[in-house]
Design a protein around this ligand. Sequence first.
Ligand SMILES: *Cc1c(COP(=O)(O)O)cnc(C)c1O
Length: 402
Amino acid sequence: MKKTAGQDRSITAKWRPATRAIRGGTWRSDMGETSEAIFMTSGYSYDDAASVAARFAGEEQGMTYSRLQNPTVQMLEERIALLEGAPACRVQASGMAAMTAALLCQLSAGDHVVAAKAAFGSCRWLVDNLLPRFGIEGTVVDSRDVDAWDRAIKPNTKVFFFETPANPTLDIVDLERVCAIAKQEAITTVVDNAFATSALQRPMDFGADVVAYSATKMMDGQGRVLAGAVCGSEDFINNKLLPFQRNTGPNLSPFNAWVVLKGMETLDLRIRRQSENAMTVGRFLEGRVPKMLHPGLESHPQHALAMKQMKDCGPIFSIVLDGGREQAHALLDGLELIDISNNIGDSRSLMCHPASTTHHSVGAEAREDMGVPEGMLRLNVGLEDPDDLIEDLDRALTAAGL
Ligand SMILES: *Cc1c(COP(=O)(O)O)cnc(C)c1O
């Protein structure tokens, strides 16, 4: 194997993001392939017994077992780290594997977590159901309220956990101020950056410690594989995350890593065009529906903050209809082009009703509390011609009586 310039931090440090996205992290085999190779292997063989002993003792560099290292997976990890501006990154089998690892690797019984009320359903489930089973207490706060984070701190608070923008309320957390509060109390901030990705927002630039991803979304970007990633300092990744990950095994397969590597090459192009399309579609819907939650539009109460932290609005926004579940379902059933689907970050436009899908498991009371009403619909705007999307929405709105 030959490391290319993309593996040399003294060189990649000088590269701009577009170059990092194409060449960051690449290794080449003796075949000299231009595109990254897929190493579909669980194990590795050695020239002699002494060399395997040296590798296990950490005295010699090299692969030993794919739960511990795999070249295709490592190429993806380096590419994600370079784009995030993070010292290190490790990838996992899904976004939820990443979130679980990022929390459990650093928390112990007796610790306390402060988390955002509005969050992806399974992220809330971790805080509400999983962590308490292991003696880790959680407090949920309105993540938009900076002082609420401060007020929720206890002597045993170890982690702040939130998304910005949040799924599906599009709540925005003031990264700079909330991370500063955490830093003062030596609390680790874990930011789920799935909606924006490093192409639009780099939480570490605002003081975040750990950035975790569902790479299933914008990073793959074409709805093909599940993947996750955790970025952090060398110390966090090597001394906290790695011992957890290597021994519990939430690993990403080399094939899926290769798919995401390919996605990373076009992440910036896709998210910029999808953001542009989301603005066009958003402007059409504004005025046609009673309520919009769209960080790119001036009607969003945190529009200025969103645009300060993000380079663009991203492809995802929500609308709220007055007619509850019945009207929301009628709109979905009136669609011809846009798919009814609970995925996001896809190059295809997708629409879903969070209360009956992604946020079904959190229960009616928590949905009410986090701002997910029965009339809410979430839209992921894809790469189709926005005029076709507008025609489809126009038809569906009419069918739903709007
Ligand atoms: C989808 C999603 C997750 C979970 O990711 P998976 O890859 O589906 O496991 C976590 N957080 C957010 C914000 C998401 O949108």
